[in-house]
Design a protein around this ligand. Sequence first.
Ligand SMILES: *Cc1c(COP(=O)(O)O)cnc(C)c1O
Length: 364
Amino acid sequence: MNKLLDNINKGIAELHPYEPGRSIDEVVAEYKPDKVVKLASNENPLGPSPKAAKILSQANNLHLYPDGDSKKLKALIARHELLTEKNIIVGNGSNEVLELAARAFLNKDTSAVMSKHAFAVYKIVTQSCGSKIIEVPAKNWKHALDDFPEFIDESTRICFVANPNNPTGTYNSHEEFESMMSKISSSVLVILDLAYFEYVDAEDYVNANALMSKYSNLLITKTFSKIQGLASLRIGYGLAHPDLIAVLNKIRQPFNSNSLAQHAACEAILDEDHIKKSVELNSYQRDFLYQQLTDMGMECIPSQGNFISFKGNFDAKDLFTSLMKQGVIVRPIALYDMPEYIRVTVGTKDENEYFLEKLKEVLS
Ligand SMILES: *Cc1c(COP(=O)(O)O)cnc(C)c1O
């Protein structure tokens, strides 16, 4: 076995597998709490659009391969994004789009630039291509886009930007992003991950349409996993210049997104009401949680997403376990080099109150 494992591609041996949040089933089996509230993975507490849920209950033709080209969904995305179908690639989650880009550009002689405390998948896809990771120190937990151009060298092929970033919840303005773009060679691909853009209320936030029409070295990724409430179906997409989309389409699996996910996403993308409701709930409850945690003496990082990372007078690992025993699943984020912090997803009013009640209990 050792002889075999000696031959794996450079970078993979040092890689740590992504650690997902604990599932409700696991916590029920292990601790048998009366009730479980999962606020660990930034899912929409309202679930998907009822229209998307309905179409899944009518699932048929499961013996047929899905539309390998996601034609209907791409047409709807094109309308939604004011782009053409040639600008779109559908992925098995937006993570797949990140991975395809990495496979297209990264190898052992190259590097990728990303912020410290950025989304974990950037490291995984970079290292699994044997490519070097160049980390840019964050400022006040925020991506220091000003500094990105200095860190880019001749070996750099991809630059990852999460906006807002998970797990910090920080965001970068349109001006900050454009200023960075203007200093980067057009031979470097910039990936702008907008997994949480719907939740942002900052007025100076990036305008994705304006960026798309201006830069051919830009790949924007979006997902149906977060506000769209379809995380379990694994579907997301990338937006870019048609030439780049054509490259990514060449290397993806022929049937990378399944038909249930495509059907549900087609319904979800049209249900503007559901998105509006979800945004309103999140804005209100995010402020509520932030205030309550601050009043308890916690130090919260201001967030533009549907989650808040905070620290306080506690050991994050112990607090995570104590809360789990009480049926509340949150996320310790030591993996992001933030060992003192806990990330909590903004839930419904009831879920947030339950979390706060249990938090007070275990800290008393
Ligand atoms: C959750 C998340 C995603 C979504 O990944 P999917 O593969 O689409 O589920 C992408 N980027 C960030 C920063 C995230 O937090």
